[in-house]
Ligand binder design. Sequence first.
Ligand code: GTP
Length: 344
Amino acid sequence: MQALILAGGEGTRLRPLTIYTPKPVVPIVNRPFLFYQIDLLKRAGIIDITLALGYQPNKIEDIFGDGQEYDVHIRYVVETTMLGTAGAYKNSEEQLRQTTVVFNGDIITDANLKDVVSFHREKQAAATIVLTPVENPSIYGLVETDMDGRAIRFIEKPKTEEISCNTINAGIYVLEPKILNYIPEGEKFSFEYQLFPALLRANEPVYGFVWSGYWMDIGTPQRYLKANDDLLNGRIKSFKVERHPYPVPIGEGEPPQIDKRSVIDPSCTIKAGVEIINSVLGPNCFIEERARIENSVLLAGARVGRATEVRGSVVGKSALLGRFAKVENSVLGDKSSLTDYTIV
Ligand code: GTP
């Protein structure tokens, strides 16, 4: 078994977090995102992994190298022009000689891939698409199946009157190499809009495997925050969060209050009277006296001034927040700077 992770998109909906950091390595609870996908693959015994890159590829290669450090074997295929999801799969053809698990590089799930692969084999499918039920399928791709799980219709971004089921394409596929013959070489091509409908027309056996456990795509700031929150609160069963002892507080006065859910990198500096609730602080954050941080993610090197409050927000790398500011439901890009008393 092999795996291909599609990790070449620009991640425009997650801007400004993706301006200097490609989405696949934006940290979730202080770990570059792709580590969660690599863990999932490893758990299913899949260690031969190809990453299909396009946007800022060096930043991804620098983190994972050849994968040896993480007990996997990683190869890279870099697109010079974006080829779309299926185009990226075709472009990696030389690396992919076996049944391949393909992942969108922006989903976090605790799906059991061994079960998905067993289902794929049992059905003798040419392609298996993992499906997940969601409340509002209108922004995703609907996949209708028959009683046996065989796909009968795909509707991308359905209108209200077209919503006939709630199972959407979860962005995880098991594909047989013969599928590659349906994708033109060197052209932009999409799994969702082009390849899967073409497979149905050709009467290839395409199946849907329904996964009702945890699934989330981190493609927007709201969902990025939610994924962090879900990990902190143990809602993603297969991932345990690593918590270090909290850094020793600096300065005199009341000791900081940090709740048990928060994850704080030990290199952070936390001053007296600080309150941290259900939040993540990346390496080298600096939090001044009486600041309050709640339901938020602070990326590496963020500084929060005295008595400033941050709620429900993401604060980019090396952002500088002045004193007595209030930041609520906001996303601040890397190196943002807020003057004292700012309210956003
Ligand atoms: P948005 O710009 O916010 O839509 O994000 P995105 O560029 O990541 O696109 P989207 O969320 O639709 O992509 C789903 C997954 O496929 C992501 O992991 C992308 O990195 C990946 N992806 C999308 N298009 C391409 C492509 O042309 N090449 C490669 N290699 N990966 C792609």
